[in-house]
Design a protein around this ligand. Structure first.
Ligand code: ATP
Ligand code: MG
Length: 244
């Protein structure tokens, strides 16, 4: 067994060809240890979402290798990649992407159904309990606050017990106090052994992580361990000031 939850080796991703070509990722190599919380930061267009999507098997790199534990994602058939995404990966986005006509409980049960399993009610309610929403199981997204909806999305991402939970600005649409609740929840999950990788623009959000990676022009330019929010903000300002 490999102790890294995720490994990237010289990962590149470009879009388009010739003069219109854009290099979104330019040779990224990194290891993410199991049970850690990693934040990914960087200016708009630096490749954060592309990095996340290539790592989560939602997008295919143009070159290099991506490993989830001992499984190499790059090179898997579309069918195997889909299966892997459904069973071993969780994803939360800035937009909660819940199905409006389904209850919280039905939304959370959905990934299990997609994976071909018949969800056990107790199992689904247990995950809702973990995000503090057991008593809202029967509510539809429209009857929940933004923070509550994101917690349902979190429960939905966790119900398959994924190896890695990915978040692309999961607190981006929430006010700071509600965002903080979601971040505390993520932190508690990591302390319980979950691996989390999260893109964020917010230095306070990044301060919940064990490590922050700073991307610029598709490369990892810098990193901080156990970051304080002030340190992260200072590093971001410095990166914006220094042309790469
Ligand atoms: N489907 C696509 N086709 C062409 N170019 C793309 C595509 N997706 C991303 N890009 C380009 O790749 C680069 C990296 O994009 P990416 O979405 O990863 O940035 P980001 O760091 O997530 O930015 P933001 O903070 O604005 O979300 C950008 O220059 C973007 O324009
Ligand atoms: Mg993005």
């Amino acid at each position: 067994m490999n102790h890294a939850a995720v490994r990237l080796r010289s990962v590149t991703r470009s879009y388009g060809r010739n003069t219109g070509a854009v290099t979104a990722l330019d040779g990224v190599t990194l290891d993410v240890p199991r049970g850690t919380f990693t934040a990914v930061m960087g200016p708009s267009g630096s490749g954060k979402s592309t990095l996340l999507q290539c790592t989560a098997g939602l997008d295919r790199p143009t070159g290099g290798q991506v490993f989830l534990g001992d499984t190499e994602l790059t090179g898997l058939s579309e069918r195997k990649l889909t299966l892997l995404r459904r069973t071993r990966i969780g994803f939360v986005f800035q937009a909660f992407n819940l199905l409006p006509s389904l209850s919280a409980e039905q939304n959370v049960a959905l990934p299990l159904r997609l994976a071909g399993r018949r969800p056990k009610r107790a199992e689904v309610l247990d995950v809702l309990e973990r995000v503090g929403l057991r008593d809202r199981a029967g509510h539809r997204p429209g009857e929940l606050s933004g923070g509550q909806q994101q917690r349902v999305a979190l429960a939905r991402a966790l119900v398959t017990r994924p190896d890695v939970l990915f978040g692309d600005e999961p607190t981006g649409a929430l006010d700071s106090e509600t965002g903080r609740q979601v971040l505390k929840l993520l932190r508690a999950m990591v302390d319980g052994g979950q691996t989390v990788i999260m893109v964020t623009h917010d230095p306070v959000a990044a301060s919940f992580a064990d490590r922050v990676l700073f991307l610029a022009d598709g490369r990892v330019r810098d990193e901080l361990s156990s970051p304080a929010a002030g340190q992260v903000a200072a590093r971001m300002t410095r990166m914006a000031a220094v042309p790469c």
